[in-house]
Design a protein around this ligand. Structure first.
Ligand SMILES: NC(=O)c1ccc[n+]([C@@H]2O[C@H](COP(=O)([O-])OP(=O)(O)OC[C@H]3O[C@@H](n4cnc5c(N)ncnc54)[C@H](O)[C@@H]3O)[C@@H](O)[C@H]2O)c1
Length: 439
């Protein structure tokens, strides 16, 4: 047993509202999955909060409860869904359009999904070029749009009798966008909202509205969104947790499994060529070079941070890394990602690794949405504000304190996440030193 003090955590009483900008493939696969799991019709495969255990104490203690029995997380029965989209389809229609789930499975949850009717979106065609839709807030400044979202949030909370809320961006990837003057301080940002500054993206208006309303915000896409000083100020001021960006699924997930292994054995890499085909709406949006550039940035940064070429120039200095995504409608959400990895070993002898991952994007992303909303709610109840680096496990481009490089190695990320839970609950951290077994 531990002698650490546990952190004071408010109980998970009452309903937890999950507000999602972007009721597309990922969001609807998440909602349908939760409803199916609640009915006992499927297992929550891929979700740490629902399936994983956490070891407590020594290896010989035999204490490995499930995370959901260890940490006071909200129950699936207490989740209520809502959100915004530029299309008027309810979540059932959007799920049917996304074609991720078999119709027979989707039919079982038609009732609860049909009840999720998207609120009018804050949208700007300059940020997502390939799609347009009718369900959009009209007129007014960006400031007015933020106010309208705050009102939507408050109405949703009241109407659904929610005790607490979490917002998670599952909207389309916006065009590449660097931090500008308007993103530097909260005051600059608020002035920019009033002046309709073109450097304020719709996703930033949602993030602003969420945090102003005291709602934790997570970003599942690679957009800049909340990764700017103004939002960090806001999170601190409003005492809300914040995390992002870009769900770690598919090819990048594979990269963060394989690259740390090669590096652990001090094997060199000359080249890593990655290409994908996918045919869902996300793939269509990513056909636009601006949106692809945003995605490419998070995908490319992963290898550099894992491999640390400045520490290991003989092994990784000359690595050529290329990532491509091609929109190919026949595949729908069932993506195929190929990797060719040119590696070298003892005395520089070359070898190759080929990976062909036939994955399903939204099936991989949905459990991450579930874990993130439950952990963000826990963080809020534990009084944790600002960037939640312990949730890096879920992201391709984890947010970190300014000046700190992100941790991309999935095994370090998992250790960080579990140690954070142990710390919250007053258990000893696990260092894997293991001397106690040999005394
Ligand atoms: N599926 C994955 O494995 C995965 C992994 C990492 C990141 N992502 C990101 O998650 C996001 C969602 O992916 P998806 O496959 O569900 O895409 P999708 O195209 O099916 O859904 C996105 C939805 O967002 C809506 N939208 C766009 N702009 C909006 C706005 N301003 N306000 C409200 N709604 C808006 C679109 O109309 C669409 O319905 C994308 O940005 C994607 O890049 C997905």
């Amino acid at each position: 047993m531990s002698n650490q003090q546990s952190v004071k955590i408010a109980p998970a009483d009452g309903k937890l509202g999950i507000l999602i900008p972007g009721i597309g493939a990922v969001a609807t696969t998440f909602m349908a999955g939760v409803e199916l799991v609640k009915r006992g019709a499927a297992e929550p495969v891929g979700s740490l909060t629902q399936m994983a255990t956490i070891r407590l104490g020594k290896r010989t203690d035999g204490r490995s409860p499930k995370i959901k029995d260890f940490a006071p997380l909200a129950k699936l029965d207490d989740l209520v869904f809502g959100g915004w989209d530029i299309f008027e389809d309810n979540a059932y229609e959007a799920a049917a359009h996304a074609k991720v789930l078999e119709p027979a499975m989707l039919e079982q949850v038609k009732g609860p999904l049909s009840a999720v009717q998207p609120m009018k979106a804050v949208f700007d065609q300059n940020y997502v070029k390939r799609i347009t839709g009718p369900n959009v807030k009209q007129g007014g400044t960006k400031r007015d749009h933020a106010e309208m979202l705050i009102e939507d949030i408050s109405n949703f909370k009241q109407k659904n009798g929610c005790d607490r809320l979490v917002m998670i961006w599952c909207g389309s990837t916006e065009v590449f966008h660097r931090p500008a003057a308007v993103h530097q301080t909260l005051k600059d940002f608020e002035c920019g909202l009033m002046k309709n500054d073109p450097d304020i993206a719709p996703s930033q208006i949602y993030a602003y509205a969420a945090m102003q309303a005291g709602v934790p915000f997570a970003n599942g896409a690679p957009n800049l969104t909340s990764d700017i000083p103004a939002m960090l100020d806001l999170a601190r001021e409003r005492n809300v947790p914040l995390c992002g960006k870009d769900f770690k699924t598919g090819q990048t997930f594979m990269k963060t499994l394989i690259a740390p292994g090669l590096k652990a054995r001090m094997l060199g890499i000359n080249g890593w060529f990655s290409t994908n085909i996918l045919g869902n709406r996300d793939g269509e949006v990513l056909e636009d070079p601006g949106s692809f550039k945003t995605k490419e940035e998070t995908k490319l940064s992963v290898l550099d941070t894992i491999l640390q070429p400045d520490l290991y120039p003989q092994l990784y200095k000359d690595l050529y890394h290329s990532v491509k995504i091609n929109y190919y409608p026949p595949r729908g959400d069932s993506k195929e990602g190929w990797d060719n990895i040119d590696i070298f070993g003892w005395l520089g002898y070359p070898m190759q690794i080929k990976i062909d991952f036939l994955c399903r994007d939204s099936i991989l992303a949905a459990p991450l949405v579930l874990d993130l909303v439950l952990f963000m709610d826990l963080a809020q109840r534990a009084g944790m504000r600002g960037i939640q680096e312990w949730l890096s496990f879920y992201f391709k481009g984890p947010m970190t304190a300014p000046g700190l490089y992100p941790e991309h190695d999935i095994f370090i990320q998992l250790m960080k996440l579990k140690n954070r839970l142990r710390h919250l609950m007053g258990e000893d951290l696990i260092t894997h030193l293991g001397l106690e077994y040999y005394d």
